[in-house]
Write a protein that binds this ligand. Structure first.
Ligand code: C2O
Ligand code: CU
Length: 422
């Protein structure tokens, strides 16, 4: 195990991720931010320099349990005071388990501005996964609004209330395609190289491990690759009993690894697509190219891009709940009002899956169980960013007397830190 040191400068920048020019947040110039690739047991040190000038920041390492380092969880107002403009804060934590994780801002609605990325933790040399693949690739799924986070959060806290509405685009690996017709090229330019489709190049016959992470601010998604089946092998950093599927529903805050073998006609390319589920879709599908080498990586597949599926009701929606600092067993779920004496019968106490994020379905319930074995203060909340902002959260305070020496930088904000003597 080694220490991996990163220095990240966080700034606002104009980005045209779906061809429409928008003020986005970048890490070292990148939106989405850089991928952290590490080996189980490594220590990660990230020095975050806040150069947003007028705005605080805090970064959460989603799925990393922060055992022994609860102060590095990055939740503004819970585990730390936000990093103020001009300040640098250093996050230090150990990636103690292999798997696919993510990071994102946990301050205001900054996730919506693109402050997020992936964390991939692989096994040490000599140890192998319980499944086989040739190559490993990460794919971030997200949704994208043209209004800024400021406009959205102002609307949400106004009377009358102004809901954020549906996103304008869905992004695959930070790229989407908004229909610019009627808009000035200075605002929306479909020839901007920033919004050419993302393309995943594969070699015929090889098996790929695709690591998927959903960082949407609102949307629940279905992910699929035209004519290819996927074998799901990992969810939220836990191995799962492998199963084959043509499409995968993925909710904000979830990660999956799927194995895909490039076993179709290699003379053409195929569509990779995401579409909105659980809400009445008003957002066009997100598209990317599954490219068979040596076809050109931007050669469009010969088939029509998949059309959005149709859902009717828009009366309730799924809320993906995420727990910090722990994983939980998903014991059961059902429709209607939860009734302990009746519903406890349905619990799976034999082989429940373990996750850190799980959807709570419309007009339904989900039963979770976790071991409170990680001293600290931990958020439990809906991963829809607007819902979190509106207060769909609780904080679990666990074994505080066992929390070690909290770094001074976590006390107070700005100059007030100097007033505290830990
Ligand atoms: Cu990914 Cu508290 O969130
Ligand atoms: Cu919600």
């Amino acid at each position: 195990a080694i220490e991996r040191h990163y220095t990240w400068e966080v700034t606002y920048q104009y980005k045209s991720l779906d061809c429409y020019k928008k003020l986005a947040i970048a890490i070292n110039g990148l939106t989405p931010g850089p991928t952290i690739s590490a080996v189980q047991g490594d220590t990660i040190v990230v020095d975050v320099i806040n150069n947003l000038l007028m705005e605080n920041v805090a970064i959460h390492w989603h799925g990393i349990r922060q055992r022994g380092t609860p102060w590095s969880d990055g939740t503004d107002g819970v585990t730390q005071c936000a990093i103020m403009p001009g300040e640098t804060y250093s996050y230090t934590f150990v990636v103690d388990r292999p798997g696919t994780y993510m990071y994102h801002s946990h301050y205001g609605m900054q996730r919506e501005s693109g402050l997020y990325g992936m964390i991939n933790v692989s096994l040490p040399v000599g140890v192998s996964e319980p499944f086989n693949y040739d190559l490993d690739r990460g794919i971030i799924l997200s949704d994208w609004y043209h209004r800024t986070a400021y406009e959205q959060s102002t609307g949400l806290s106004s009377i009358p209330f102004d809901w954020i509405g549906e996103p304008q685009s869905l992004l695959i690996s930070g790229r989407g395609n908004y229909n610019c017709s009627g808009l000035a090229p200075s605002v929306c330019n479909s020839t901007n190289p920033q919004c050419s489709p993302s393309s995943l190049t594969v070699i015929s016959g090889k098996t790929y491990r695709l690591r998927l992470a959903s960082l949407t601010s609102l949307s629940s998604l279905s992910f699929q690759i035209e004519d290819h089946e996927m074998t799901v092998v990992e969810a939220d950093g836990q191995y799962v009993e492998p199963f084959v599927t043509k499409n995968l529903f993925i909710y904000s805050g979830e990660t999956y690894s799927v194995l895909v073998t490039a076993n179709q006609d290699p003379s053409r390319n195929y569509w990779t697509s995401i579409n909105v589920v659980s809400r009445k879709p008003k957002t066009p599908n997100g598209l990317a190219i599954f490219n068979y080498y040596p076809n050109h990586f931007l050669k469009l597949p010969p088939t029509n891009p998949p059309n959005a599926n149709s859902m009717t009701a828009n009366v309730s929606e799924a809320h993906p709940w995420h727990l910090h600092g722990h994983d939980f067993w998903v014991l059961g779920y059902g429709e209607g009002k939860f009734n302990l004496s009746r519903d406890i019968e349905k619990y799976n106490l034999v082989d429940p899956i373990m996750k850190n994020t799980v959807p709570l379905h419309p007009y339904g319930w989900t039963a979770l169980r976790f071991q409170a074995d990680n001293p600290g203060v931990w958020l439990f909340h809906c991963h829809i960013e607007a819902h979190l902002l509106l207060g769909m959260l609780v904080v679990f305070e666990s074994g505080m007397e066992q929390v070690g020496n909290i770094p001074k930088a976590n006390y107070g904000c700005g100059k007030t830190k100097d007033l505290f003597k830990p």
